[in-house]
Design a binder for this molecule. Structure first.
Ligand SMILES: [Fe+2]
Length: 181
């Protein structure tokens, strides 16, 4: 599957604007991490773009989250590596490969970064720095949905929290116009 086809699917299945921004953020960060690790940025990016495809259908039924996506994608030529990555982000399979561990940690982190950017005086990703982000990370009630223990699984990628947050921030800055931040 190429990116254009994946994006068409996203437009078809996801109507919520913020959810579209979220998956674009996850895609951009997955690409940045793939570059960092010398991995396949197309594959990692596609996994990010498709990871929440069935979110609107499964928000009341999290047991089914990503399993419906797996069914939909059977009609397309999608690498099994991508399917596994999508399922791993929601804990439907144990994150084992580097890419699976990456998407598991990236998913909540994009939410933390968006929330931090919105409360930064500049209201932008460009204005955010790592010190500000680390402070927000330590405030348990700030963006509480971004589960800190999940973000901390970045250590399984061999990255310290500050290194990981910086890579995520860099990835999101690459698409700041799309994110409106
Ligand atoms: Fe997500």
């Amino acid at each position: 599957m190429d990116r254009d086809t994946a994006w068409e699917l996203v437009e078809d299945k996801i109507s919520n604007r913020n959810l579209r921004k979220h998956i674009l953020a996850v895609e951009a960060v997955m690409r940045r991490l793939a570059e960092h690790f010398g991995e396949d940025a197309e594959l990692w990016g596609l996994t990010g773009l498709l990871h929440d495809l069935d979110y609107e259908q499964t928000s009341q039924n999290p047991d089914k989250h990503t399993l419906i996506t797996e069914e939909w994608l059977k009609d397309y030529n999608v690498d099994d590596i991508i399917i596994r990555g999508i399922k791993a982000h929601a804990g439907k399979v144990n994150p084992e490969s580097l890419m699976e561990k990456a998407i598991y940690a990236v998913d909540p982190t994009t939410g933390l970064i968006v929330a931090a950017a919105l409360m930064h005086p500049t209201k932008s990703l460009a204005g955010l720095d790592i010190k500000f982000l680390l402070k927000r990370f330590k405030e348990k009630r700030f963006a509480a949905g971004a589960r800190r223990e999940d973000i901390l699984t970045c250590k399984l990628l061999g990255l310290q929290l500050d290194e990981f947050l910086l890579l995520c921030l860099e990835g999101m800055r690459n698409i700041s116009d799309e994110l409106g931040l």
